[in-house]
Design a protein around this ligand. Structure first.
Ligand code: FAD
Length: 410
């Protein structure tokens, strides 16, 4: 009987094992996980709800959500994309629902539905799951099979091997993979929030705007989206997107940089000035603190008045043009010194990993070592938040399973 070993008991490992066991009834599928827990990230993901995928059904658009791997995923998504994920789970009686921002969750609203579902499927298909075993070394045998060295006495041999061990920001954690001849693109964290220590802004924690534009000073990196003020700095989709697209660059800057914020990107400077002048004329007797001409939270408006030394009890009529210009400039060209980053609890990933140049994306097989396959975050692929990282795991795992299945069933 042929034997396949899957390394990693996460989303990609389970998805490969299940699809493979379905395809190859007479193949022994063994899944090895280093911790004593399975599907840990699936369980904690999406704040315990598991953001399984994203309701983006155009592959051209879908790939634009991957700062790394988008090009390679284009062909991969033509084989297994978001619609296939939805169908795959539906066929197995797990329905997904879409939220207004496009994120898709299990209808039950709990990640346990996904984790328990995958565990049950693996069990029903006789996947042999072994926990608390760490793969330490891969020995490539003369007949192109593998012998795996672990941190225990267990040392299985297998005909095909899939590495689905996830990402890790520590470069040395990839040594056992590097020893097979594969290159590892230096891993750095992605999806984090910005620390702005000792700034009055953080007193507004909890305040958010639905649409802001941020730019990392002296770079071309610019993102838009909701922006959230936290007790340590800035978060929200605009920041997370910047942290993903700029993961490597911001790491090189040692997370010390200036972030420029445009709190009202839908206005041009001239338009905003005209609006303020008209508002001033028609609200001359009203106080500026309680009467804001633009759609921003009241606390943020008061913060900007304070920042530009405008007394909020003053009447609009008494605000000189110079101060109005200063206020407009702050709303459109605000800036903060970022010193450090904080992990975004909802989702974080690794930028970097196994070089994509060495992988055949039609099967996920290594171009260097026959019978060796890769799936999930261990690859140099990562997406922005919203379900794109799991979609990478489902897609690459499904292709790996088909690739191995086809070669076994030939
Ligand atoms: C808190 C958090 C929330 C997230 N939420 C979402 C979300 O809602 N939506 C989304 O799309 N993405 C989310 N992500 C990202 C997503 O979870 C990952 O991209 C995805 O889990 C990657 O799957 P994987 O199977 O490749 O790796 P992992 O899930 O990391 O699984 C790899 C497994 O391999 C094991 N392993 C590692 N090395 C070895 C070894 N040498 N031997 C044996 N086993 C080994 C690890 O212990 C681990 O269990 C979240 C991430 C985090 C951290």
């Amino acid at each position: 009987m042929l034997r396949v070993v899957v390394v990693g008991g996460g989303a990609a490992g389970f998805f490969t094992a299940i699809n493979l066991a379905e395809l190859c009834k007479y193949t022994e599928v063994i899944l090895i996980e280093k911790t004593h827990k399975l599907l840990t990230k699936v369980l904690v993901s999406g704040g315990g709800r598991c953001n399984v995928t994203h309701a983006c059904f155009d592959n051209g658009l879908l790939v634009s959500n991957y700062p790394r791997g988008g090009k390679e995923l284009r062909s991969a998504f033509s084989k297994f994309t978001t619609t296939d994920t939805v169908e795959w789970f539906k066929k197995r009686r797990i329905n997904l629902k879409t939220e207004s921002d496009g994120r898709m969750f299990p209808e039950s609203n709990t990640s346990e539905t996904i984790a328990n579902g995958l565990l049950q499927m693996a069990h029903d298909l006789n996947v042999k799951v072994k926990t608390s075993i760490t793969i330490k070394e891969i020995i490539i045998n003369k007949d192109k099979s593998f012998t795996l060295k672990t941190d225990t006495d267990y040392s299985p041999q297998c005909d095909k091997l899939i590495i689905a061990c996830g990402g890790n920001a520590k470069p040395e954690s990839y040594n056992w993979i590097r020893n097979t001849g594969h290159s590892i693109v230096t891993p750095v964290p992605s999806l984090f929030t910005f620390n702005i220590p000792n700034n009055e802004l953080t007193k507004l924690m909890g305040v958010s705007v639905p649409h802001a534009k941020i730019k990392i000073a002296n770079t071309k990196l610019e993102t838009e989206g909701p922006l959230l003020i936290t007790h340590w700095g800035l978060s929200g989709p605009a920041v997370l997107k910047a942290s993903a697209w700029g993961a490597r660059m911001l790491n090189e800057m040692n997370y010390n940089f200036t972030v420029q914020v445009n709190w009202l990107p839908s206005y041009k400077e001239e338009g905003l000035r005209n609006l303020f002048i008209e508002y001033k004329e028609s609200n001359a007797a009203k106080n500026i603190g309680g009467n804001c001409p633009v759609e921003i939270p009241k606390r943020l408006w008061e913060f900007f008045l304070h920042k530009t030394s405008i007394n909020e009890t003053n009447r609009w009529a008494d605000i000189p043009k110079k101060q109005i210009n200063l206020l407009i400039n702050t709303l459109l060209n605000d800036a903060y010194e970022v010193k450090g980053k904080t992990t975004f609890k909802e989702e974080f990933v690794t930028c970097g990993g196994v070089s994509l140049k060495e992988i055949d994306f039609s099967t996920m097989q290594s171009k260097l070592v026959p019978n060796l396959y890769f799936a999930g975050e261990v690859l140099d692929i990562d997406g922005v938040t919203g379900g794109f990282n799991f979609q990478n795991a489902w897609t690459t795992a499904w292709i790996a399973a088909q690739g191995i299945g086809t070669s076994i069933n030939q």
